[in-house]
Ligand binder design. Structure first.
Ligand SMILES: Cc1cc2nc3c(=O)[nH]c(=O)nc-3n(C[C@H](O)[C@H](O)[C@H](O)COP(=O)(O)OP(=O)(O)OC[C@H]3O[C@@H](n4cnc5c(N)ncnc54)[C@H](O)[C@@H]3O)c2cc1C
Length: 629
């Protein structure tokens, strides 16, 4: 079975940069990764959208870097994935996370290794990650990633991805549609742009206020000062660690800082660029003096005062744990950081945002193309909001799991720094107490494994309600293991990845993943040969294009996970989510499929119990523990 090309040519006619249509089908506010992904996904469906970014498209700060397998599937669909993989280091030797005090320094307690865990599909995880997706995890700092996405957004929407355009007002019209007021920051000209739909992907800067959206959850939990530096760190012992968490005696057993290799080219100790991030010390005031900031980075790392280092950029940001109370207001939707913000512990922010865009784009295109009523768009928030709350709770809990390591080292809140170094002497000592502390620290480090091997968080979530027909449990019992990924065809879940190795007649063919074989502009029916003709007929009778994939009986890996019997079918949405399944051949396949489409696309979806609430409670509990005293 040949692999279907998923990268699409531009379908939207170019627009001159100084031309402003009176109305566009979709206006996207914000040119971060989520806005630009929305632009690509809509442009590649022929929707003549426009993206407005208040600044230019140069990302100034590295920020996100871990791209999980579900996001890479989306980037593959957009045609962006190969560019991302091509920019990664060839050896990809960055599959662990370590904890140290500093990376170097004058005493045995400096440069002291506290522990390590495998990460991102490294070590034993490689096999389980490979069961979830045909795509590999990727690692590309946003400073380079955003440029790649921007290139593809420009290609998908030529002349419609515009810099220096700040949206300063949004009015949802009672009759439907929306009008945005846009300030051209280069010319100071204000203009109105009308759109049928608006996607606010502004990182939360203005959309919440302009749309009357409340962000539930704790804001400003604590401040982090991140420094993006160029420096050589030959004294750093770890050649294959991407991230190093530093726990130092001054921070009361909590994380003091993070060292992250940024490449390019090498991500181990030969990385030329680094992120050195740290909590503010008690009483420390933020500064923009580069000399003070570089001195701060050197102290955090434990390198000499004259160690050569160039400061490229600075970012002071807050740990938050917030989720929008509404994802839709009138004809406007929030996506990405505009809808949810949480710490990067788990690397779920950008990933979750790109997945929001993917969920929304095919639905907006379907409504604009007359394939579904506007009510289909109500499923966007129903589906994505609980996932955002789940990601937020998990990220905050991940952040909290570092403190027990510090506690096991003997470090406590309010402890004087000198006393803390003495505790670390006990930790390294050849005494029964030292041995007991080392065992306790090892256990506390091990408790962090799920932060970095969280395939079930990244790939295993399932929608609770929305544009699918549930036929089993939709609200997953808690706690869900972050590590144990079990593929399922339960409606609302992601279609399982299985390598199909035979053509319909049973002859061996080049393996293709079920994820790559399903259509992006159509629904896909996975069926077996016994009822293929009836399902082909049923598909052809629908208003929507339906691709029928006949899985050969020899592809037993599929029958092992499909949970449907002979003659049954699994209907998959353009965004890879299972929409409906039927266990055996219905007496009238056409009537059954027509009925399913009517339910899936009609809107009026109901959420039997709000699955967001328990996550919001977990967010509140975690945030209390994270607040620094
Ligand atoms: C240190 C750090 C590490 C991180 N690591 C990870 C990670 O490993 N993995 C991960 O998934 N996430 C990570 N994140 C989170 C990730 O960076 C964000 O989730 C992601 O950038 C959100 O993308 P976005 O497009 O929604 O918003 P943004 O990237 O904030 O983009 C919003 C854009 O909108 C523009 N804008 C704002 N207001 C307006 C307006 N009125 N008009 C027009 N344009 C406007 C802004 O200029 C900006 O360009 C990390 C974050 C930090 C701080």
């Amino acid at each position: 079975m040949p692999e279907i090309p998923v990268s699409r040519p531009a379908l939207v006619a170019p627009l001159a940069e100084d031309e402003w249509p009176e109305e566009v089908p979709v206006l996207i506010v914000g040119g971060g990764p989520v806005g630009m992904s929305s632009a690509i996904l809509l442009g590649q469906r022929g929707i003549e959208s426009m993206l407005l970014e208040r600044r230019d498209f140069d990302t100034r700060f590295p920020r996100a870097h871990l791209l999980n397998v579900r996001t890479m599937e989306i980037f593959h669909e957009m045609g962006v994935a190969d560019d991302i993989y091509a920019m990664e280091p060839i050896d990809k030797d960055w599959h662990k996370v370590v904890w140290y005090t500093t990376i170097a320094g004058p005493t045995p307690q400096h440069g002291l290794k506290i522990g390590e865990v495998p990460a991102w599909g490294g070590g034993k995880d490689a096999e389980i990650y490979a069961t979830a997706s045909p795509r590999l995890f990727a690692n590309l700092p946003q400073i380079r990633l955003d440029r790649q996405i921007h290139k593809h957004a420009m290609a998908a929407l030529p002349g419609r991805v515009r810099a220096n355009q700040e949206v300063i007002d949004i009015v949802n019209l009672p009759e439907g549609g929306v009008v945005a007021t846009v300030l051209d920051r280069a010319t100071n000209v204000e203009r109105k742009v009308k759109a049928k739909y608006l996607i606010a992907a502004d990182g939360g800067r203005v959309s919440a206020d302009l749309l009357g959206i409340d962000r539930e959850g704790p804001k400003a939990i604590h401040s982090i000062l991140s420094l993006y530096v160029s420096t050589e760190l030959p004294m750093w012992k770890e050649s294959s660690a991407l991230l190093c968490h530093m726990i130092q005696p001054w921070s009361g057993g909590r994380t003091s800082g993070v060292l992250q290799a940024l490449g390019p080219g090498h991500y181990g100790n030969k990385s030329p660029e680094w992120l050195v991030a740290g909590s503010l010390r008690p009483g420390e005031e933020p500064t923009d003096d580069p000399d003070v900031l570089i001195a701060r980075a050197r102290t955090l790392l434990g390198v000499p005062d004259d160690h050569p280092m160039t400061l490229n950029a600075v970012s002071l940001w807050q740990y938050e744990g917030v989720v929008a109370d509404k994802y839709r207001v009138g004809s406007s939707f929030v996506a990405g950081d505009a809808a949810h913000r949480h710490p990067p512990t788990g690397g779920l922010g950008l990933n979750g945002g790109v997945q929001d865009a993917h969920n929304l784009a095919w639905k907006i295109a379907a409504v604009l193309n007359g394939q579904a009523p506007d009510g289909l768009l109500d499923s966007y928030g129903l589906e994505r909001r609980p996932v955002a709350a789940y990601f937020t709770a998990h990220s905050l809990e991940n952040a909290n799991r570092h403190t027990p390591i510090g506690r096991a080292l003997g470090l406590q809140d309010g402890m004087a720094e000198a006393d803390g170094w003495k505790e670390l002497e006990i930790f390294t000592s050849d005494t029964p107490e030292g041995e007991a502390r080392r065992a306790a620290v090892a256990a506390a480090v091990k408790d962090n494994e799920a932060d970095y091997s969280q395939i079930n968080v990244e790939a295993g979530f399932q929608y609770a309600a929305g544009a699918f027909i549930a036929d089993g449990p939709t609200v997953r019992p808690e706690p869900v293991s972050p590590t144990d990924f079990v593929p399922t065809t339960l409606p609302g879940a992601h279609v399982p990845h299985v390598w199909l190795k035979h053509s319909a007649g049973g002859t061996v063919s080049a393996p293709v993943s079920t994820i790559d074989v399903h259509a992006r502009d159509a629904f896909t029916l996975f069926v077996d040969p016994s009822a293929a003709a009836a399902w082909q007929e049923a598909g052809a009778a629908q208003a929507w294009p339906v691709k029928v994939v006949v899985v050969a009986d020899e592809d037993t890996d599929w029958s092992a996970v499909s949970s449907v019997g002979r003659g049954g079918a699994i209907l998959v949405r353009p965004d890879s989510k299972v929409a409906w399944r039927v266990a055996s051949a219905p007496s009238d396949a056409t009537a059954a499929l027509t009925d399913a489409f009517n339910q899936i696309l009609s809107g009026g979806f109901e959420l039997p119990e709000d699955p967001t609430q328990p996550f919001l409670e977990r967010i509140r509990v975690s945030a209390k523990t994270l607040v620094r005293r």
